[in-house]
Design a binder for this molecule. Structure first.
Ligand SMILES: Cc1cc2nc3c(=O)[nH]c(=O)nc-3n(C[C@H](O)[C@H](O)[C@H](O)COP(=O)(O)OP(=O)(O)OC[C@H]3O[C@@H](n4cnc5c(N)ncnc54)[C@H](O)[C@@H]3O)c2cc1C
Length: 605
């Protein structure tokens, strides 16, 4: 461990995978993963960790300092080392991790994509954007494309020979995707359109990593209904593939500029012009006007992966800060102050620094557990033989997507901010990587739907889906876990969690009533507060799950005592220091105060 080098915690990754989730046992009951044993999973984690350290982490700082370059004529050059690293990832099967081997993928379960993803993403989040989007586009075309589209694109995307992007955002259509104006005109070839418009903020819209780029674009066909219901989705390749798979004509989708931005400098954020000089051909996926439904498919997975971005950069920052705190000598031990002058000690000894480090640690370990659990439930939603079970797992994933995306990115930023605080002025300066992690981390709460939009999705859609079943099922599962944890020496913490669970339940009921009465602004005023409160309780649930696991191992005399006792301390700290905030938020939500909705406010400008 070092205050400057990229550091990971494989012990904790393995604890969640094997001791807590029993991935090797749970998945081996399904034919698809019958041959995967613990050693196989361990070797995947170890290899991802090696690649993260040896191949990816070394390009992180270079990418930040050098950034992407645009030549003014449509060409974008990524930072030094990016093309070689991307080629390595492609050649070694790290792009289409979950996709079937017959479609060029590696065939791993989602949980391993998540575990490997944490290590690989934390090493360089900017670089991870290229493979993440490629994976998502391959998955989207696999699920919704015609057999011919699948044949043409999916293998090459999964192999990383071609990269994928998603083009939703326009200058006038950010969060309000339904305001998209990009036009799609039918041609005389069925399913083929010419597209016209401009998209902004497109990650990887142009790059020098792959020979071709497969854009998926939202656009509006003639006479489409307004809003999201009138959006269709198209494959728009940079080079139109010939029937034999070779690259054909250059399509008129061109990068006309890239953004200067706060972080992720190695990820090219492009303005893309479609059809401004020549026809820009697009191939429609699915039916006309079905674009949003299809795009949501890509967005669910992408949103969880953004949660991983938030958590993994925060984890990298935490390990640096922890090491720094051990080394940095400053100020006397508080017990010695009364004795006059005493030598300075490591800042790790100061209570305020310990508070910050503990907050960071517990948030990271709880987020890791939440993200891995959600990925495992994705696997179970795909694999379970029983339709009811499949639906239950899918419900869990649907409910947790906004929590993973928004709460993990908010907490991730907080953790990274604390890492800088622990390091004082050194943390603020470029010799240490934490200032880059902080800058890189911020975008996670903004793209893939801002966290405010995630909160509205949770409250306005997920809580109402299937008459509230998603939330009720989660409550029932959590209650069963709380009951099972009683009598194991964790009762005080269980009581705190029960109180917080009831508070979040009361907040949900309160907000549901607003929605029922058609009082949407009162409900949405508290959407973010509600998401945070739920996220805080969910992270408490994961602290409990880990503590229960640790207790079991301790009682059995297995595992490393100090590490396992650390999990019990995590739960204690979380319940008495961080969880009470969920109760405060529940009170805020139910306070009836709507000051900020008063129309006179902000009128002076
Ligand atoms: C580095 C980077 C990479 C990106 N990559 C991609 C990409 O690959 N593809 C792509 O299509 N887009 C991409 N984006 C765009 C990104 O998804 C949008 O920036 C984001 O969705 C927010 O849109 P906006 O910036 O227009 O903000 P706005 O929509 O203007 O939002 C501004 C604020 O208002 C709030 N707000 C907006 N509408 C509402 C509402 N109805 N109710 C409550 N609050 C609201 C938002 O939460 C936010 O706080 C990227 C952006 C960046 C910066």
């Amino acid at each position: 461990m070092s205050a400057t080098e990229f550091t990971t915690d494989l012990r904790d990754v393995e604890f969640v995978l094997f001791d807590q989730l029993h991935v090797h046992e749970v998945l081996s009951s399904f034919p698809r993963y019958a041959d995967y044993d613990r050693d196989m999973y361990l070797s995947i984690v170890a290899e991802a960790d090696r690649i993260a350290h040896e191949i990816i982490a070394p390009i992180n700082k270079i990418g930040d300092r050098e950034g992407c370059r645009f030549d003014g004529k449509g060409t974008v050059t990524t930072p030094k080392g990016y093309p070689e690293a991307f080629k390595f990832m492609s050649d070694n099967g790290w792009i289409g991790l979950v996709a079937d081997t017959e479609w060029g993928g590696t065939g791993l379960p989602h949980i391993m994509e998540m575990a490997a993803g944490e290590l690989l993403t934390g090493a360089c989040v900017a670089f991870a954007t290229y493979s993440g989007l490629t994976r998502g586009v391959a998955n989207l075309i696999s699920s919704f494309g015609s057999p011919e589209m699948k044949e043409r694109y999916v293998r090459k995307l999964n192999q990383g020979r071609w990269a994928g992007t998603m083009l939703l955002t326009e200058a006038g259509a950010g969060s309000s995707v339904g305001d998209n104006r990009c036009k799609a005109h039918p041609t005389d070839r069925p399913g083929v359109y010419t597209l016209e418009g401009e998209k902004i903020f497109i990650s990887g819209g142009e790059q020098d990593l792959t020979e071709n780029i497969v854009h998926v674009v939202l656009a509006r066909v003639p006479n489409a209904p307004p809003g999201t219901k009138g959006l269709s989705i198209f494959i728009v390749p940079k080079f139109i593939p010939n029937d034999d798979g070779s690259l054909g004509d250059r399509n008129d989708i061109v990068c006309v500029g890239i953004e200067e931005k706060m972080g992720i400098h190695g990820s090219a954020t492009c303005t893309m012009s479609l059809g401004s000089n020549q026809p820009c051909f697009g191939w429609r996926i699915g039916d006309e006007n079905a674009g949003m439904r299809i795009m949501f498919h890509l967005m669910n997975e992408a949103r969880i992966m953004v949660g991983v971005q938030g958590e993994s950069t925060a984890a990298a920052a935490y390990y640096n800060a922890l090491d720094f705190a051990k080394e940095r000598i400053q100020g006397p031990d508080i017990h010695d102050v009364a004795n006059g002058w005493t030598p300075s000690v490591s800042i790790l000894k100061h209570p305020d620094v310990r508070r910050m480090l503990m907050t960071m640690r517990v948030l990271i370990e709880n987020m890791r557990s939440l993200l891995f659990t959600t990925a495992l439930r994705m696997d179970l939603a795909d694999l379970s033989a029983d339709a009811e079970q499949r639906e239950r797992h899918a419900n869990f994933v649907d409910l947790m997507v906004p929590v993973c995306k928004a709460h993990c990115t908010d907490c991730g930023f907080d953790v990274t901010r604390l890492a800088m605080q622990v390091m004082g002025g050194y943390g603020y300066c470029g010799d240490y990587p934490v200032e880059q992690y902080l800058r890189d981390n911020k975008i996670c709460s903004i793209y893939e739907g801002t966290n405010g939009i995630q909160a509205m999705d949770l409250l306005g859609r997920k809580l109402r889906m299937k008459n509230g079943v998603l939330f009720m099922e989660w409550l029932a599962e959590f209650t069963a876990e709380l009951d099972a944890a009683k009598g194991k020496g964790l009762d005080k913490e269980v009581t705190e969690l029960e109180k917080a669970r009831d508070q979040v339940g009361a907040a949900a009921m309160h907000l549901a009533k607003f929605a029922f009465d058609g009082n949407f602004s009162s409900a949405m005023l508290h959407a973010s507060n509600f998401l945070t409160a739920l996220g805080e309780v969910v992270l408490g649930q994961h602290a409990l799950a880990q503590a229960v696991t640790a207790r079991r191992l301790l009682d059995a005399g297995e595992g490393e005592r100090a590490f396992l006792e650390g999990k019990l301390a995590n739960l204690r700290f979380y319940c008495f220091n961080l969880l009470p905030h969920a109760t405060t938020l529940s009170r805020v939500i139910r306070s009836g105060d709507e000051t900020c909705l008063e129309s006179e406010l902000f009128a002076e400008v």
